[in-house]
Design a protein around this ligand. Sequence first.
Ligand SMILES: NC(=O)c1ccc[n+]([C@@H]2O[C@H](COP(=O)([O-])OP(=O)(O)OC[C@H]3O[C@@H](n4cnc5c(N)ncnc54)[C@H](O)[C@@H]3O)[C@@H](O)[C@H]2O)c1
Length: 355
Amino acid sequence: MWLNQLFPGNPPAGNGHLATDNCIDVAVIGAGAFGRNHARVYHQLAQQGEAVNLAAVVDTDVARADAIAREYGTRAFGSVEQLIGTRREIQAASIAVPTVHHLEVARTLMEVGVDVLIEKPLAASLAEADELIRLAGQLGRVGQTGHLERFNPAVCATLPLITRPMFFEVHRLSVFTPRSLDVDVVLDLMIHDLDVVLAFTNSQVKEIRAVGLPILSGKVDIANVRLEFESGCVANFTASRVSTERVRKLRFFQPEQYISLDYGRQDVLVFSVGRGPGFTGTPSVNPQIKVAKAAITAEEPLHAELKSFLDCVRRRSRPLVSLEDGRRALAVALDIVAAIGEHGRKVRLDQLGAH
Ligand SMILES: NC(=O)c1ccc[n+]([C@@H]2O[C@H](COP(=O)([O-])OP(=O)(O)OC[C@H]3O[C@@H](n4cnc5c(N)ncnc54)[C@H](O)[C@@H]3O)[C@@H](O)[C@H]2O)c1
């Protein structure tokens, strides 16, 4: 859907400028572990001929902003207000500050006409997510949520293969790093897969079963979740940030097919039961399993994500991963966090930890 259908009157792009074929001036807000990747990729895109200019890097830790700005030949600012005060004409921004600050930063930018790509999880609460959606709608801003796996070429190649998925098995395991410890593993890692499975199933969640444990941080570091959808599909998710290995796999079954997707290797294997035309025998006798590898051109998901965001800014179109999608994944993730808490209370996990 086109945004100008959503917002009659065809709202102008950022700061009153039409960002048609013009070069888009972007800012990266938050120059931490992930924000620096946004800065790197915008810089790469510009070098590859994309009509984009990394015009500013903003961080309350000015030394951080400065280091990255210097690396990519741009300007550093200590706050969004300072950036706006200089009247630099920014049309779009990536927001990669801690999740609790997404709303305040996005609001300030949207109010002066800047389109926003907000990192995942979209917000710290559903009320904040709703406010972001309301603001973007009212102000006619393009708002995208940073669920970058949706731009993973393996995920894009799988989407057209979907018929009726009935059973998912998903693993996202990481080695421990002292990062993103302000949120638990569900909002940190599992939310990527929740967003992908929600997009693949296109069905409402009916039931949640969940268990999770804090291991190294004070929050849940490892979780296993079973979701049942209205469609009858069941999805099992395991997410860990205390693993000894890195795994990012999503496998699912649909009638006569098994599909195995590796996010990291960016490959997709499709196993199909081919019985041939006119087959009338017993399905279980001598099934012919055909294995095919989906044709994929490798690309860094963040590269594809930012290119797509810039395209939406230029065309005033709705992003592939909208703010509503970000809210949908957040709602399920928060329900899972609550289910984990409930399970922990039921089995008196706090008392087990005391021994
Ligand atoms: N898409 C992904 O795969 C992915 C991966 C990692 C992190 N993230 C998300 O990106 C966001 C940032 O995570 P991170 O790991 O880079 O965090 P981080 O703590 O490493 O960096 C955050 C930076 O934001 C700065 N900051 C805080 N408040 C600010 C404000 N009001 N204005 C400007 N700067 C401010 C901090 O000084 C810090 O440098 C989080 O929402 C996180 O969930 C997404």
